[in-house]
Design a binder for this molecule. Structure first.
Ligand code: AMP
Length: 396
């Protein structure tokens, strides 16, 4: 794996595909700077070598239209402050003027390009558009994990124009290193914890993980499709009836492979989908009509805690319940704590998926696990065993 650490950027212009898709308020103030903060070390390494940096990113989904709301110029003040230099800006990511600005960059200087998605060619993976971007620089660095599963012009196609001069930035490099470790080099016992709303979004993940893990703990809305497949009564809980057979086959396959697949034994149920609903603990297979499962129950938590405690590798994706509502956050919070505790006793843990990351941060446990992945969809495709276009393009 080639990263920026393997290259000396002295007197070279590096084009970095960053993920600066940050939230902005009405005054165009960045409300969460995490994604930019995370990219600073990659930029700094290039500048310290004596190189110049050209930054490109998407912001929002402007679908090929120029809009003030999605202009990357709003990021210039924050970037300048973070880097301690005056970041220049190009009104377009391609074209003559942009090329001139890029060519006149001196070592130590930084140029930010306007939103890539102001051109519809970006998401189409247009080769000519990629070529025009490539003409701006000598070296290509991909540091955007969140879009690595997309074959866009700036994330994959562009790499063809930089044979021998393309590499990963620190963010992407770390994502590959840590997720690869849990996929190919995991110490046993290895436990995966999967939650979230639906089975449909996770079925390929489950199937790929069954070949690798010792234990698979199921939680979240998706548990009820499994419970129904086992003949349970799930009341009004979230169920995907068309996936009941798939759930049955998954359980059979787990048994065949000797993987312990755990389905919750109890649930916290509610009489409506609301934080102030009436709630109680119920046997998961006997949920009364008109009630719905919102979280895993105390018996399940006890069981899951024991397994997590004894694991040497942990992979967690998806909340255990409707954790956005305080009344149904206990399961997710306790699992987050259990994963953090196991990590402090030597387990290696990777957390991924927007909601589990939000949860682990909400409980201030982000620095108590081994690695928090930044890409939702990209991470899922990675653990499905797919080769991500953005990664393949660099490795080829
Ligand atoms: P996903 O995007 O598939 O990882 O799903 C995350 C969402 O699943 C969160 O917004 C949770 O509120 C939701 N969720 C978790 N458990 C349940 C449940 N028992 N019923 C309905 N939604 C749930």
């Amino acid at each position: 794996m080639k990263t920026v650490d393997d290259y000396n950027f002295k007197n070279e212009r590096a084009l970095i595909r960053a993920d600066f898709n940050v939230p902005l308020d009405d005054q165009y103030t960045i409300t969460d700077t995490n994604r930019i903060d995370a990219t600073i070390p990659t930029i700094q390494k290039i500048l310290n070598d004596g190189g110049a940096v050209i930054l490109m990113s998407h912001l929002g989904r402007p679908k090929g239209e120029r809009t003030e709301k999605y202009s990357l110029k709003h990021l210039v003040p924050f970037l300048s402050e973070s880097l301690g230099c005056n970041v220049k800006f190009a009104d377009d990511c391609i074209g003559e003027e942009t090329k001139e600005k890029a060519q006149s960059l001196k070592p130590g200087e930084v140029l930010l390009l306007e939103n890539l998605r102001f051109h519809k060619e970006e998401t189409k993976g247009d080769e000519e558009f990629a070529k025009q971007l490539a003409e701006l620089a000598d070296v290509y660095v991909n540091d955007a994990f969140g879009t690595a599963h997309r074959e866009h012009a700036s994330t994959a196609v562009i790499a063809r124009f930089f044979p021998g001069k393309k590499m990963f930035g620190y963010i992407l490099g770390n994502e590959i290193k840590y997720i690869d470790k849990v996929m190919h080099d995991a110490k046993k016992p290895y436990t995966a914890i999967l939650g979230g709303a639906k089975v449909s979004g996770k079925i390929e993940v489950i199937n790929n993980l069954l070949d690798k893990v010792d234990n698979l703990l199921i939680g979240g809305g998706m548990m009820f499709t499994f419970i129904k497949a086992l003949g349970g009564k799930v009341g009004n809980s979230l169920v995907e009836n068309d996936l009941i057979d798939v759930a049955k086959k998954t359980m059979e396959r787990a048994e065949m492979l000797g993987v312990k697949l755990f389905i919750p034994v109890d649930a916290i149920i509610a009489d409506k989908f609301a934080d102030d609903a009436d709630k109680k603990t119920s046997d998961v297979k006997n949920i009364p009509d008109d009630w719905m499962g919102m979280d895993i129950g105390p018996e399940t938590l006890k069981q899951y805690n024991e397994i997590i405690k004894d694991s040497k590798t942990l992979l967690w994706n998806g909340p255990m319940g409707v954790f956005e509502m305080a009344s149904f956050a206990e399961g997710t919070q306790q699992i987050a704590k259990a994963v953090a505790d196991a990590t402090s006793k030597g387990a290696f843990s990777v957390i991924g998926g927007g909601d589990s990351v939000a949860a682990i941060n909400k409980y201030h446990l982000g620095d108590k696990v081994s690695f928090v992945s930044t890409g939702g969809g990209a991470m899922l495709e990675f653990i499905e065993g797919k080769e991500l276009p953005g990664i393949k393009a660099i490795n080829e």
